[in-house]
Design a protein around this ligand. Structure first.
Ligand code: OGA
Ligand code: NI
Length: 335
């Protein structure tokens, strides 16, 4: 529990275990803003939308989604309750705190604190969300409105994700309903991330360079800190009011047989202000068989990856990412 950053007050220096090696720390040079990250308007013509999303996922792996139908008030309320959670007294936070990576609902710090050598400047409250009635009892009881705010939000995110997956499968030319509506085939996991103000952001990272393991991630943010890697250069993602930042994960890159890109990103910290974000990860179920979609395989377009079970990928993803190896390499077929 004392490992949590949000229980420490008035830190004047960055503890040694949080100082990144020189090659990976952000340093003092200013990172340019990514001016042309695609903005997708979900109210646009659906035939155009599919293509816009595919183009965005090929070129950037990221886009900002506006007019997505999730009410503004709901977005405001979830960010607010997320911030309030991290302001709770330590004894309330202790209820959910755990180092055990097998515990699916928990408050944790960094990535995998007990195994990693260097730590990241982040606390995170993580829990599954889908189906809601199965998981809501494992969520925090404080702040008192946590469940009633996050519950409906997680349902909205799930509906929106299905809509995006349909637009993507349509844009890839896959059969309608490629991503089934069977809810047991998917998991939605939420991570309420809190990156406290940091005495020296040039030395630390909130999250290391990584691409997400899932199909899709929908991020809610209201302050900058997220950076994406494009052509070897870090670029800052400017928050658009009430937008989701959507990115595709490794699993969708594999299903698309490499047509879509899961792009690497990282989180930097801020000297004056803490930052709270909410990531919603859309995962296939643990037993889901991952492979390039059959409809995308042709004589001149052979599969780039072998098939595997998602659960196995989850394990190798963590070890590979921590060792700064590409988690996809071990599944690539030699052509
Ligand atoms: C993540 C992530 C970005 C952020 O949770 O995987 O990349 O800005 N989060 O919190
Ligand atoms: Ni991420």
């Amino acid at each position: 529990m004392e490992k949590l950053l949000s229980t420490k007050r008035d830190m004047k220096f960055v503890p040694e275990a949080y100082i990144m090696p020189p090659g990976t720390r952000p340093g003092n040079s200013k990172v340019p803003i990514c001016e042309n990250i695609p903005v997708i308007d979900l109210k646009a013509d659906p035939t155009k939308l599919s293509h816009q999303i595919i183009d965005a996922c090929k070129e950037f792996g990221f886009f900002q989604l506006i007019n997505h139908g999730v009410p503004e008030k709901m977005l405001k309320d979830v960010l607010e309750v997320g911030k309030e959670y991290f302001k709770l007294p330590d004894e309330d936070k202790a209820i959910m705190f755990s180092d055990d990576t097998n515990q699916s609902s928990r408050l944790q710090t960094s990535m995998d604190y007990t195994k990693e050598q260097l730590h990241y400047w982040r606390d995170a409250l993580k829990h599954p969300c889908h189906p809601l009635e199965k998981h809501i009892q494992s969520w925090p009881q404080k702040p008192p409105q946590y469940r009633e705010v996050m519950g409906p939000y997680s349902i909205e995110v799930w509906k929106l994700s299905l809509c995006l997956l349909d637009l993507i499968s349509n844009g890839l030319g896959l059969e309608p309903g490629f991503f089934s509506r069977e809810s047991e085939e998917f998991e939605v996991r939420m991570s309420v991330n809190h990156y406290p103000a940091c005495p020296d952001p040039s030395l630390t990272l909130g999250l290391p360079k990584h691409a997400d393991v899932d199909l899709l991630t929908l991020l809610l943010q209201e302050m900058n800190g997220l950076q994406i890697l494009k052509h070897g250069q870090w670029l800052a993602v400017e928050p658009l009011p009430n937008a989701f930042v959507v990115n595709i994960g490794h699993t969708l890159e594999i299903i698309s047989n490499g047509k879509l890109n899961s792009v690497e990103h990282r989180v930097v910290t801020n000297q004056k202000l803490g930052r709270t974000t909410i990531s919603s990860f859309i995962f296939p179920s643990h037993s889901y068989k991952i492979e390039p979609a059959k409809g995308l395989i042709k004589d001149d377009c052979p599969p780039l990856y072998r098939e595997f079970i998602f659960k196995d990928f989850l394990a190798t993803y963590v070890t590979d990412t921590c060792q700064r190896k590409s988690p996809l390499d071990r599944y690539k077929l030699k052509l």
